[in-house]
Design a protein around this ligand. Structure first.
Ligand SMILES: NC(=O)c1ccc[n+]([C@@H]2O[C@H](COP(=O)([O-])OP(=O)(O)OC[C@H]3O[C@@H](n4cnc5c(N)ncnc54)[C@H](OP(=O)(O)O)[C@@H]3O)[C@@H](O)[C@H]2O)c1
Length: 309
């Protein structure tokens, strides 16, 4: 980890969920964050109030406030923000979108600015209303995260140390690879949270209080995350009846999903088929077993609605 004195200074444009978390975490890591800006001045002012040494400025001022400006605005607003920022020649403007390339910053490049992409592979939400996060909580959003960094060698040399200062793992990415890279990451983050809601609802329906359901679902996801992080590849961390080659278990689960809702049925069938393929490719189950599991899915789909046993 480089010493903080060799990093930044940084300005942040966009005081949304990610811009706010980055501002807090960078300050906590000792990186000088000198200015924050946002479309709505009040949001930048509120963020700056909670951070010592940070000024709230207009977007136009932010473009010249620091040699590195992180543009953490909505994906579809990058071009507008880039125009508003009026980056000075030589300034490095880096947006935080995982799916868009640095071409979204062409207007800044035409004015002589350097351009880059700085995408933390982390799911960041705004702090719950009325709850101030601790420096440790802000830091934990990025510690251990991969950071996809787009840009030439000079840009990599400026942005990778920021990722390392946050305890992250920078890697270089080409703009053309970003849409599919981000598709995988976004499906994982968004759909696992959606599946957590399904699990939470079933725990509540089974009698668990809200807080037990929330802690329980969070813990379950954390154990999956730990297993995946330690495994040689995520397929080695699959659990459940598919990974065990338990056709009877798959039949009972598919039938239960069918009773729950049409949506649960579709989700279950798609995920089970995906996991059968993964388990077979990873040689965790034989081809014959994979066929038995697929037969169980077909059988469940053809079952009439009848009480589960
Ligand atoms: N949240 C995550 O987990 C995460 C992770 C990695 C990357 N990212 C990326 O980070 C970026 C921001 O995401 P977010 O989750 O922080 O979104 P967000 O909470 O919705 O914040 C969006 C920000 O964009 C600003 N904005 C919207 N339209 C604008 C415009 N026309 N001109 C200037 N600013 C505008 C908003 O300003 P006001 O608040 O002042 O209206 C707000 O600060 C996106 O590129 C996203 O893909 C997010």
């Amino acid at each position: 980890v480089p010493s903080p004195g060799t990093l930044g200074p940084v300005a942040i444009a966009g005081a949304g969920a990610l811009g706010t978390a980055l501002a807090h975490a960078l300050v906590g890591a000792g990186v000088p964050v000198v200015a924050v800006a946002s479309r709505h001045a009040a949001r930048a002012e509120a963020l700056a109030r909670g951070l010592s040494g940070v000024r709230a400025v207009s977007l136009a001022e932010a473009g010249a406030a620091a040699p590195i400006v992180l543009v953490a605005v909505a994906d579809s607003a990058i071009e507008d923000a880039c125009q508003a920022l009026q980056a000075s020649p030589g300034t490095l403007l880096a947006h935080t979108s995982g799916s868009r390339s640095v071409a979204a910053l062409d207007a800044a490049q035409a004015r002589g600015a350097r351009v880059g992409g700085f995408h933390p592979l982390a799911a960041v939400v705004s702090a719950p209303p009325g709850r101030a996060l601790s420096p440790e909580e802000w830091a934990s959003s990025f510690r251990g995260a991969a950071f996809a960094i787009e840009g030439n060698d000079d840009v990599q040399a400026l942005l990778a140390p920021l990722a390392r200062a946050l305890g992250g793992w920078p890697f270089a990415i080409a703009g053309s690879d970003k849409p599919l890279y981000h598709l995988g990451a976004s499906m994982l983050a968004a759909f696992s949270a959606g599946l957590a809601q399904l699990a939470w609802d079933r725990m509540r329906a089974a009698g668990a209080p809200d807080e037990v359901a929330s802690a329980g679902v969070g813990h379950l996801l954390a154990t999956v995350a730990g297993n995946v992080a330690r495994a040689s590849s995520p397929a080695a961390a699959l659990t459940g009846p598919v990974a065990r080659g338990d056709a009877g278990g798959v039949l009972r689960q598919a039938a239960a999903a069918r009773q729950l809702s049409a949506e649960a049925q579709v989700l279950y069938a798609a995920h089970a088929e995906h996991n059968i393929q993964l388990a077979e490719n990873a040689r965790r189950i034989s081809t014959a077993m994979a066929q038995e599991l697929r037969d169980a899915l077909l059988r469940a789909a053809s079952l009439a609605r009848e009480p589960l046993r």
